[in-house]
Design a protein. Structure first.
Length: 193
């Protein structure tokens, strides 16, 4: 929660705030996220307007995750820009009334306090790539054996054998073994006297 009392609800008054706060749990997506409790750096401008407080700024944080192609660890940083109007909660002071239609879509001040967490979540998640990569040209994993292709660029497998030809292949392998089992040295053929 961030206190906006110093703005005094006077339209046009502004304040800037720079601070650090611990990251909430589950900030990110399954394969890339901000570690819980790690510092999130905020640089904000708070501006009082007729309807409430306009919050504009950036949040930056460290990211951890894994490549969606090769599953290697990723350490990166996210910088998310955001802007949100937090409306006053007391229409008696002449502020705009919130109708039932837009009540759920608008962020509201609780007294003089505003909650940045939903705004931070939306900004960070929208900034993250849907499928993060360790590098742009990551070749991924071998679909047959799971080897990381970046470590072995020439990686390949023999062509798969059609199961209908498997018996013929077994006969060929047996014939090759018979050829190598022939005795060496003296000829096994008939000798001339």
């Amino acid at each position: 929660m961030l206190d906006t009392h110093e703005l005094g609800r006077r339209p046009g008054s502004q304040r800037t705030r720079t601070f650090s706060a611990p990251a909430p749990a589950d900030l990110g997506i399954d394969v890339l996220h901000v570690p819980e409790g790690s510092p999130v750096e905020f640089d904000l401008r708070l501006e009082a307007v007729m309807e409430g407080v306009l919050v504009t700024g950036t949040a930056s944080a460290a990211l951890e995750g894994e490549c969606s192609r090769c599953l290697e660890p990723i350490d990166d940083e996210v910088v998310a820009d955001f802007q949100e109007l937090y409306v006053y909660d007391d229409p008696a002071e002449g502020r705009r009334r919130i109708t039932d239609e837009n009540a759920e879509d608008e962020a509201r001040l609780e007294g003089d306090l505003l909650d940045l967490e939903p705004l931070l979540r939306d900004a960070v998640v929208l900034k993250l790539p849907f499928q993060p990569l360790c590098r742009d040209d990551c070749p991924g994993l071998c679909p047959e054996c799971g080897a990381r292709l970046a470590d072995d660029p020439g990686h390949q497998h023999d062509e798969p054998v059609d199961p209908r030809w498997a018996a013929l292949g077994a006969m060929r392998d047996t014939a090759r073994l018979d050829e190598t089992d022939e005795p060496t040295g003296e000829s096994a053929g008939p000798t001339k006297e």
